[in-house]
Design a protein. Structure first.
Length: 184
């Protein structure tokens, strides 16, 4: 009897983009790995130091690009927001070491007179995110958490403004990757 070979791995677009960002932001002794189990929930990627054999697990959540409203730009400055809406248990029962929010921001390229969409990341320890959520978030709808994370690429600020404001600036882009990189 023959064996049926099925797709036993799954990598979505957001995870592929994050893998590329992590590869660029870490040293050559580090690599990004993915679980080969499409049914695995809660861990999307591993960042591993090949020499020391240390690794961290990462849960990735991605958002599409949103055109900022004029009132938001007036209130928050340049940039735009990403929106995340998922069950509260995704964070409260998380098993990954880190959460990474991937947010596509619409930026003005004044030199070329164009607008571009650039990916930005927030890489935060899961325990820190859980504490911030307990203090500042409430559930919406049927027990879901809603995040509206604004990123201002000029000032390098990031914050959630959906419920009580949460400052994510210290976890934005390279500032979020550097501590993880040094941990490995």
């Amino acid at each position: 009897m023959g064996v049926a070979y099925k797709n036993f791995w799954s990598l979505n677009t957001d995870e592929a983009v994050v893998a590329g960002i992590l590869r660029e932001g870490t040293g050559k002794d580090k690599d990004v790995l993915m679980p080969l189990n499409a049914q695995m929930k809660g861990i999307d990627l591993y960042l591993v130091n090949i020499k020391t054999k240390k690794l961290v697990s990462i849960q990735v959540k991605g958002s599409r690009a949103f055109e900022p409203q004029k009132s938001e730009v007036g209130k928050y400055g340049q940039g735009s927001a990403g929106w995340f809406f998922f069950p509260e248990e995704i964070i409260s029962k998380a098993i990954a070491d880190y959460f990474m929010f991937l947010i596509y921001i619409i930026e003005d390229n004044e030199d070329k007179g164009r607008r571009v969409i650039k990916p930005h990341t927030i890489l935060i320890p899961t325990k820190v995110l859980q504490n911030k959520c307990r203090k500042c978030k409430k559930t919406h709808g049927d027990g879901r958490l809603s995040f509206k994370i604004w990123i201002n690429p000029k000032t390098k600020e990031a914050f959630d403004f959906r419920d009580k404001k949460i400052d994510f600036s210290k976890y934005l882009d390279k500032k979020g990757i550097m501590p993880v990189n040094s941990k490995l």
